[in-house]
Write a protein that binds this ligand. Structure first.
Ligand code: IPE
Ligand code: IPE
Ligand code: MG
Length: 236
């Protein structure tokens, strides 16, 4: 990568626009999702190549269950296939895999594949891939709150020692730094519940392009844009 660029350590992407991409080509939305999965592969490779350390992608929100049953079923099939295919690719590239979200709502088969991939890749530290599935930022905050409250009520934790560090041990991204850059494709300028705790100081970038068209060049443009930003963290 070009030396003058600042490389974000953690990039997070809301992979949006699969449906619109398909519609613009007169194709069913499902084709958009299949091509979105292909784009994800390219994006992982590009981020790794550019020296990004962590990539978090939003694949399915807690709200996405309310889509038509046929679309949800298609996405579940796609996730099942994706998770089964990843084993070799992640091992070859020494990528550590983690699911962000509540796994319990998925089929037994999908849950098993998720846990298998997390276990198989647990010793890799070259690159981290987090896939947010059945993820919602508010549910994540509530999960952490309940866990912390239960530690306080059982006497394990003193209420006055609750701080950001303690809280971060109870969210799905525990042990990882917050994203430096959050990208949402397709031009929509909202977070739709993505990483609500972690986005506190993230730079936001909203390219117009739909996710199935995302590739190495788009990642490069995003990093160039990030490089121009002046991150001040409240200082002058
Ligand atoms: C993102 O693309 C994929 C998922 C939410 C699963 P969309 O399916 O939201 O595509 P648009 O936004 O309708 O174009
Ligand atoms: C957010 O996209 C979730 C994912 C990309 C997985 P949506 O397309 O579901 O979000 P809204 O409904 O436009 O806010
Ligand atoms: Mg969408």
């Amino acid at each position: 990568m070009v030396d003058y660029l600042k490389i974000p350590q953690h990039i997070a992407i809301i992979m949006d626009g699969n449906g619109r991409w398909a519609k613009s080509k007169g194709l069913p939305r499902t084709v958009g999702h299949t091509n979105g999965a292909k784009a994800l592969q390219r994006v992982v490779e590009a981020c790794k190549k550019f020296g990004v350390k962590i990539l978090t992608v939003y694949a399915f929100s807690t709200e996405n269950w309310s889509r038509p049953k046929e679309e949800v079923d298609f996405l579940m099939d796609l996730f099942a296939k994706y998770l089964k295919n990843q084993s070799k690719k992640l091992a070859e590239n020494k990528i550590r895999f983690r699911v962000l979200g509540d796994k319990s709502r998925f089929s037994k088969d999908i849950q098993e594949s998720m846990i298998k991939l997390e276990n198989e890749t647990k010793d890799f530290d070259e690159f981290y891939l987090n896939v947010a599935m059945n993820y919602g930022g508010r549910s994540e905050i509530l999960k952490a709150t309940k866990e912390i409250a239960s530690e306080v009520s059982s006497g394990k934790l003193d209420i006055n020692s609750i701080d950001e560090k303690v809280f971060e041990n109870h969210i799905y991204t525990f042990g990882q730094p917050s994203p430096d850059l959050i990208i949402r494709t397709s031009g929509e300028q909202r977070l739709s519940g993505f990483l609500l705790w972690q986005c506190s100081y993230s730079e936001l970038y909203f390219p117009k392009i739909h996710f199935p068209d995302f590739d190495e060049e788009q990642i490069k443009l995003a990093i160039e844009e990030y490089s121009k930003r002046d991150r001040r963290y409240g200082k002058v």
